[in-house]
Design a protein. Structure first.
Length: 358
């Protein structure tokens, strides 16, 4: 067989394809069939068929995986810079000049995203190429810059009616409807960017903006009661809504996009449990239940993010209970070790379940 004309298939690629198709348990059988097909000589009289070269070694094209990691790593750094670490340094030049500076940031990110998108379309890599992913990541950075531009516009005009002490990097100290306006602006920008670029990473700022908005609405509804009831209810509703959105995207075979609603649902559920404020062992038990439920959902949905966060919730809760109940006794270390071994054995059983035919 001519390796130059054969289609190279690696084991990890086949496993990812089977997972995306919703049949990860079929990977072993498919691999065996391809290996058998690659070793079989062509049969005279049969129509030509694709020839496969099966290998466990990554082909040269796997360099794109490293490129993809670099794209997302750089994008996350830029995203954090324009959201968490943006600060108010631009304001020292005056309201008008500050608005011009942050608006310039936004224009640069939008133009760069468009250039990357145009280059990816010309190269014919399609929606799955690294260039398309890079365009979506830069667009996500632009989305995170939109609230900063809105706040700078307020600083120049006073349109949002924020208190005089309001500062962009200390929004938690003032909050209110002015901050919700910025959250809505980020949400609208995220939807527009998604409609333009259709890359999964754009759902990260969309989910973040939606979550912040829902939680702030819950705060606003219970602001006069002096309790966190509104935020608790909002967190549970957010968790349920995002989980439903993730399942809906999974059913449409949009597994990459579904990752972000699933992650947001798990984080929102963890926040909801933390806001119960029952303290001590009861809180640990609540996290224990949440962790077990998340792991069960991860097995049912074949989602690693549920297994990872559910495992963290579960191990943290079990460790606290072990310390609280057995901390002053000789049983503490064995109980904690047994907890770790149970989690380990659960992973082994899960791996066997995924590999066994159904």
């Amino acid at each position: 067989m001519d390796d130059e004309t054969a289609l190279t298939v690696t084991r990890p690629e086949l496993e990812r394809a089977a997972e995306r198709a919703g049949v990860p348990q079929a990977a072993d059988a498919l691999w065996a069939a391809l290996v058998e097909r690659s070793d079989a000589p062509p049969v005279a009289g049969e129509p030509p068929a694709h020839r496969f070269r099966c290998t466990d070694e990554p082909p040269p094209g796997q360099r794109s995986r490293a490129a993809e990691v670099a794209v997302y790593t750089g994008g996350v750094i830029a995203l954090l810079a324009m959201s968490v670490f943006a600060g108010s340094g631009w304001a020292q030049y005056g309201p008008g000049a500050g608005l011009g500076i942050v608006s310039g940031y936004l224009v640069v990110f939008v133009v760069l995203a468009e250039l990357l998108r145009h280059r990816a379309r010309r190269s014919g890599t399609g929606r799955s190429g690294t260039g398309t992913a890079a365009a979506g990541v830069v667009a996500a950075v632009a989305v995170c810059t939109v609230p900063l531009v809105v706040f700078a516009a307020h600083a120049a005009t006073g349109a949002l009616g924020a208190p005089p002490y309001a500062d962009y990097d200390a929004f938690a100290d003032w909050g209110g409807s002015a901050w919700m306006v910025m959250e809505v602006s980020a949400l609208v920008a995220a939807v527009a960017a998604w409609a333009r670029h259709r890359t999964s990473f754009l759902l990260a700022p969309l989910v973040a903006a939606l979550g912040s908005l829902v939680l702030d609405l819950g705060d606003a509804l219970s602001s006069g009661s002096g309790s966190d009831l509104g935020r608790q209810v909002a967190a549970w509703l957010l968790a349920v809504g995002l989980a439903a959105a993730g399942v809906a995207l999974d059913r449409r075979s949009l597994r990459r996009e579904a990752f972000w609603p699933h992650l947001g649902a798990l984080l929102a559920a963890g926040l909801a449990v933390a806001l119960l404020e029952i303290g001590g062992t009861p809180t640990a038990v609540a996290f224990l239940v949440l962790g077990a439920a998340a792991i069960a959902a991860g097995v049912a949905l074949d989602r690693r993010v549920h297994l990872a966060l559910g495992g963290l919730y579960l191990v943290g809760a079990l460790s606290y209970v072990a310390l609280d109940v057995f901390g002053d006794t000789v049983l503490f270390a064995p109980v904690l070790a047994a907890t770790g071994l149970l989690v380990l054995l659960g992973g082994v059983l899960l791996a066997r379940r995924r590999r066994s035919p159904r």
